[in-house]
Design a protein around this ligand. Structure first.
Ligand code: FES
Length: 107
């Protein structure tokens, strides 16, 4: 596991999400404001849709898939609502000054 720079803090507004590519994975970086940043697989576990294009729910710490509306818990990656039933992967996030770093497998 290695820490990799995903983006800068300023690139992701509070309540927003940014899709980044790290080691050939597409990852959604989400800014939950005072709760910090989260990182999950950008591609929904149900079909091909980008979660970073969905709505972020700051109160629930969740993101809604724009295609069929499943919401995913950003701490666990688990779907909170149907139709998705499988979790998306979550990644450890650290903020170092202006850098958002995530922990991913190399290669
Ligand atoms: S593609 Fe995300 S819920 Fe269907």
């Amino acid at each position: 596991m290695a820490l990799v720079r995903a983006c800068s803090v300023g690139e992701v507004p509070v309540g927003g999400a940014l899709r980044v590519r790290v080691h050939d994975r597409e990852i959604a970086i989400v800014n939950l404001g005072e709760q910090g940043f989260r990182a999950v697989d950008a591609v929904c576990s149900h079909a091909h849709a980008y979660l970073d294009e969905g709505e972020v729910d700051l109160d629930e710490g969740a993101i809604e898939c724009p295609k069929h509306g499943s919401t995913f818990d950003l701490d666990t990656g688990r779907p909170l609502t149907l139709p998705a039933t499988r979790p998306v992967r979550v990644f450890e996030v650290k903020v170092d000054d202006d850098d958002v770093l995530i922990e991913v497998n190399e290669g």
